[in-house]
Write a protein that binds this ligand. Structure first.
Ligand SMILES: [Zn+2]
Length: 175
C-alpha cells in the first residue's frame, strides 16, 4: 500500500485518474503483465493500459515485450522505475518547498486586515490605501491574526521537506 500522501498526490498528478494508485501499487510489488494488473485490480484492461502508458510517458514504468512461441501473441511485462519516481518527487517537493517558503515570508512579514463580512483580507499598505475600509462593502477593516495560517504553512513545509514522511522516505524499499 502507498501510504505516503505525497506519492499519492504525485501519481494523481501524473495519471489524473482514481485508478492510478492501485495500478502503481501492483507495479511496486514486482514485474507484472498488464493482464495480471487488470485481474488483480478488477479494472478494465483498457483502463490499465491507458494508465500504464501515462506512467511510461512520465518515465516511472517501463515494459518488456515478449512473444509467446505458441500463440504468437505479445506479452507486455511492466516494471516500476522507483528511482525515476524518487527523482520526480524530490524535484516536485523542492518546488513546493520554495513556494511555501515564499508564502511563509509573506505571511510573517505582513500585517493583515480583513472585513468581517468575509471579503478579501488586505496587507497593511492595501488597507491604509483604503483608509481601513473594505473596498467592497465599506465596512471597517479589522486586524487579523494570521498565526494559524503561519502554523499551517510551517506544517506543510515540514511535510514536503521530509518528502511526505516523518522518517526520511526510502523509495528503494518498494522495488
Ligand atoms: Zn467587506
Amino acid at each position: 500500500m502507498i501510504n505516503n500522501t505525497l506519492i499519492q498526490e504525485l501519481i494523481h498528478e501524473i495519471v489524473n485518474e482514481e485508478e492510478g494508485v492501485p495500478v502503481v501499487e501492483c507495479l511496486m510489488r514486482g514485474s507484472i503483465t498488464d493482464e495480471e494488473i487488470a485481474e488483480k485490480t478488477s479494472l478494465k484492461l483498457n483502463t490499465v493500459r491507458r494508465i500504464l502508458y501515462k506512467l511510461y510517458d512520465a518515465g516511472i514504468a517501463s515494459y518488456k515485450r515478449s512473444k509467446d512461441p505458441e500463440t504468437q501473441w505479445y506479452t507486455y511485462t511492466w516494471k516500476f522505475e522507483s528511482e525515476k519516481l524518487e527523482k520526480i518527487m524530490k524535484k516536485r517537493n523542492r518546488e513546493i518547498v520554495e513556494n511555501l517558503k515564499e508564502l511563509l515570508a509573506f505571511e510573517e512579514n505582513n500585517m493583515f486586515f480583513a472585513c468581517k463580512n468575509g471579503h478579501y483580507r488586505y496587507t497593511f499598505d492595501e488597507a491604509a490605501e483604503n483608509n481601513f475600509r473594505c473596498p467592497e462593502c465599506h465596512e471597517k477593516l479589522e486586524y487579523m491574526d494570521n498565526s494559524e495560517i503561519i502554523q499551517e504553512i510551517k506544517e506543510e513545509l515540514r511535510l514536503y521537506e521530509n518528502n511526505g514522511s516523518e522518517v526520511p522516505f526510502n523509495f528503494r524499499s518498494y522495488s
